[in-house]
Ligand binder design. Structure first.
Ligand SMILES: *Cc1c(COP(=O)(O)O)cnc(C)c1O
Length: 427
């Protein structure tokens, strides 16, 4: 079956034909190619079309597809069996790698997704503080756990309004919404709810309204206000962990949260998540403490094998972060050049190896400003790029993920595609 046939069949037996909504290409008005395989910087659909991959499975494939060391680690692990539901050596090894890398983590618990990491960290924060409210920022995504499916209501003091049917208002009401990079919006919430706020959760580099960098003052303020009020600060580093730097965004900024959530890269392409923090806080988790959290496949042998291999490559190859950032720099330059040449308004936010090209002329610092983007123009551009073999995230509000596997040739081909696409959309 070709992609369209597969998609039509899938739609009859899988909601929307996909197992995660954004894969449906709905916001760009297309049908998704079904992917058969990937190697290095490229992926191939079932028709045999080749694409340069800038989605990288939404972040994890920072080394590209089938990196030889990762592939070997997984093949070796498979030979020993897939899962035991009992402790294994590799869990200790990856926990050590994470504790050594991420400055605020002394102890870590493995789970199977970013969503699960966030859900567990929030429960822990509530258990540790004995409080019920969580502060979240508009436009930040923290997985699909009920309490995080909330966007801003009208006005800064509005307690959450669910973004999804099926989320009870009781749950959503415990989520308070503030605005990214807006200190005042946080201050107001703490003035009203300070003693009841268990935690602030934030993406220290936002990646889910497109890339939006936090200002240093903003992150410093979050650290300060939580400490002052006895609340916890949670950095959701599911994207930025092992990507912004080997120690994540917190190592880059030198601002340490109480709890960190991880996912994506730490699984090396297999399902994995983690949350960690100080020994004191993490000792609240069962079986030591009274906050329950468990998982049949947590610390899975294959996931830990892929994760360890990925982290080891990132650790040993010191220049890797510089290299992937420079590749992103070259692409960002090409976008700026094409935008200028054809008179297309763009604002580009970059954080190392990830960036977003917003089709707007407003600087993008938060959710509201991200929404000024012209999503119709994005859809046109997306379609042009795809037809030239460039596979981007099918939404304006996502990031371009640069992998270390990208070659000079890939980059040149992408630059040509950018020029061509902007020429078309400017007409
Ligand atoms: C992807 C993501 C999640 C959710 O992770 P899943 O593995 O998809 O459940 C949580 N937080 C952030 C910042 C993410 O980017």
């Amino acid at each position: 079956m070709n992609s369209l046939e597969l998609f039509n069949k899938a739609k009859e037996i899988i909601p929307g034909g996909v197992n995660s909504p954004v894969r449906a290409f709905k916001s760009v008005g297309l049908n998704p190619p079904f992917i058969q395989k990937g190697k290095g910087s490229k992926i191939y659909d079932v028709e045999g079309n080749e694409y340069i991959d800038y989605v990288c499975s939404w972040g994890p494939m920072v080394l590209g597809h089938l990196h030889p060391q990762v592939q070997k680690a997984v093949e070796d692990a498979v030979k020993d069996g897939l899962t035991f539901g009992a402790p294994t050596e590799r869990e200790v090894e990856i926990a050590q790698l994470i504790c050594d890398a991420v400055p605020s983590i002394e102890m870590v618990r493995l789970v199977s997704s970013g969503t699960e990491a966030v859900m567990s960290a929030l429960r822990l924060a509530k258990g540790y503080t004995g409080r019920q409210y969580i502060v979240k920022f508009s436009g930040c995504y923290h997985g699909h756990t009920d309490s995080m499916l909330v966007k801003a209501g009208s006005g800064l003091l509005t307690a959450g309004i669910p973004d999804s049917n099926g989320v009870s208002s009781d749950t959503a009401g415990n989520t308070l919404i503030a605005e990214y990079n807006n200190i005042e919006s946080v201050k107001i919430l703490f003035e009203q709810f300070g003693e009841q706020i268990a935690a602030i959760i934030v993406e220290p580099i936002a990646g889910n309204m497109g890339v939006v960098n936090a200002t240093r003052e903003f992150l410093e303020y979050l650290r300060e206000i939580t400490t002052k009020n006895g609340s916890l600060l949670i950095f959701d580093e599911v994207i930025s962990g092992f990507r912004a730097s080997y120690g994540g965004a917190q190592a880059l900024f030198g601002i340490l949260p109480d709890l960190t959530t991880l996912g994506k890269i730490i699984g090396g392409g297999m399902p994995c998540g983690a949350y960690g923090g100080s020994k004191e806080i993490m000792s609240m988790i069962a079986p030591v403490g009274s906050v329950y959290q468990a998982g049949t496949l947590s610390g899975n042998p294959i996931s830990t094998a892929a994760g360890i291999a990925t982290l080891k490559v990132l650790k040993q190859d010191e220049k890797i972060y510089q290299r992937i950032s420079q590749k992103a720099d070259v692409l960002v330059d090409a976008y700026r050049t094409a935008a200028k040449k054809y008179g297309v308004d763009v604002v580009i936010n970059q954080a190392g190896s990830v960036f977003t090209v917003f089709f707007t002329n407003h600087s993008v610092v938060d959710y509201q400003s991200a929404l000024t983007s012209d999503t119709k123009l994005f859809a046109m551009y997306f379609k042009e790029m795809l037809s030239q073999g460039i596979y981007l995230a099918p939404s304006q509000f996502e990031a371009v993920f640069v992998s270390d596997a990208l070659s000079e040739q890939d980059i040149q081909k992408t630059i040509d595609a950018i020029d061509q696409s902007f020429r078309v959309i400017a007409q």
